[in-house]
Structure formats: structure tokens, C-alpha cells
Design a protein around this ligand. Sequence first.
Ligand code: DGL
Length: 269
Amino acid sequence: MDNRSIGVFDSGLGGLTAVKEIMELFPNENIVYFGDTSRVPYGSRSKDTIIKYTHSDIRFLLSHDVKMIVIACGTASSAALPHIKEDFNVPIYGVVDAAVYAAVRKTRNKRIGIIGTTATIKSGAYTKYIKDYDPNIQTFERACPLFVPLVENGHFNTKVTELVIDEYLKEIRGAGVDTLIMGCTHYPLLAGAIGRYMGPDVELVSPGSEVARFLQKKLNSENSHSPKRDEHRYSYYVSDSVENFEALGSIFLEKEINGQVSKVDIEKY
Ligand code: DGL
């Protein structure tokens, strides 16, 4: 048993897709969440900058004595994690392998679509892992840089979102994929609109949810669950204004987080 918190971070709201699943799967776990809202988006930045941000995000979470770190960000998981894994003395889990593990089991026609930020698609990480599993699977990739600002501004289901989805996903839909990895943790917040566009025969994979399922195995095998108790603690930190995060985070988590979000100066870490 280990009642220290699980540390989770993303560049903004997207990592809440992992938090929501962790809360459902492990109701006894404490969670410290960091959304780097002053530096979002990560996906249009260089690899060096993403590595630098990832280092400071992890240092911040470690200052809360967490037992493990979940990089609930496709960009940091694909562009930074392979380079920083050895720099810290704590288990660090990214979303890429968890999402790939789910996708290769779902696909029937061996055609998988992958959407992500510019940095994620440039890293080629998802395709690489998929080919490691099965070189016969074909992948169809597309960077969707406008999705993150749409999510951060609450455009979950609007006309403008539908237009952008059509622009980005037309070719992947035309390629006949039966599985689509929403390779950035922000994108599942658009899952309703993306699902309608892709049609009922395409399975959507959410990396945030998948990494939570992966943790289930880890916590079980290492016996590092938190003990059962009546109260759990969830704390949220952001590096910019708390109001927007509180409003959109409460909608997404379907639980009031007003008053639980604090601002942190991430440049100090
Ligand atoms: N949610 C992130 C990801 O999974 C980051 C998006 C961004 O900041 O560009 O890639």
C-alpha cells in the first residue's frame, strides 16, 4: 500500500481525460494534476523546448511527493519521454504505448488512423510502436494543430469545430481506417463530433483512458494502491488563470472543481 498521490500533467485541459478515468478506476487514489496553461500548446514547439517543459512539470509534481508520474500528454510522451525517462527516480508512464496497445487489439482491417499535434506526428512515435507490434498494419497520420485551441476555448461541439474536423479528417476517413487513435489527450473532448464524422464503424482510442487502464495493471502488480478510505484528495494546479480551467474542467469532469485549482509559477521548477 502506498497512499502518496499519483502525479498527472498535460499542457492544459487534455490530461483530465486520464484523470477522469483514474478517478473511476481507482476511487481511493489521491491525484495531483498540473496543467501548464501558460505554455500551451506544446505541440507546435521544438523537441528541445518540449523536453525542457517536461522536466519542469515533473520537478513540480515531485515537489508533491508523488509515487508515480503520468504524462497525460501525447506530445510530451512522444517527443520528450524517451529522452528523460532515466533522469528521475520515479516511475513515469506516457500515453503512447498504452494507446497503441489498445488500437492494435481493436483493428480488424489493419488500417489505423493517427491524429495528434505537429510535434507528435513529426516524432513518428505512434507508427513506430504500431509497426513494432505488427508490421502489416498500415497507418494514416495527420497533425491537427487547431484542435487544441478549440478545446481550450470550449468549442466542443460547434460549427467551427465541425468545419475543422472535415478539413483535417477527410483523408483519413477516405482511407477506410476502422480505428482512430486520438493521439493528443485534448482530442477526446471532441470525441462526440469526431465520432459522428468518422461514423459508427470506426473505433476511437483515447490515450488518457488507456493509460489509466495500464496503471491498473501496474498498481495491482506492485501492490502500490492507496488504502481504502472515505476521503480522497484531488488537487489541481495551472500555470495561468484558474478561472477558465475551473469552468471547463468542471464541465468535463462532471464534478465541481471550483476552489480546488491553484496557480503555480512553473518557471521556478
Ligand atoms: N494534450 C496534449 C497532447 O496530448 C498537448 C497539446 C498541446 O499542448 O499542443 O499532445
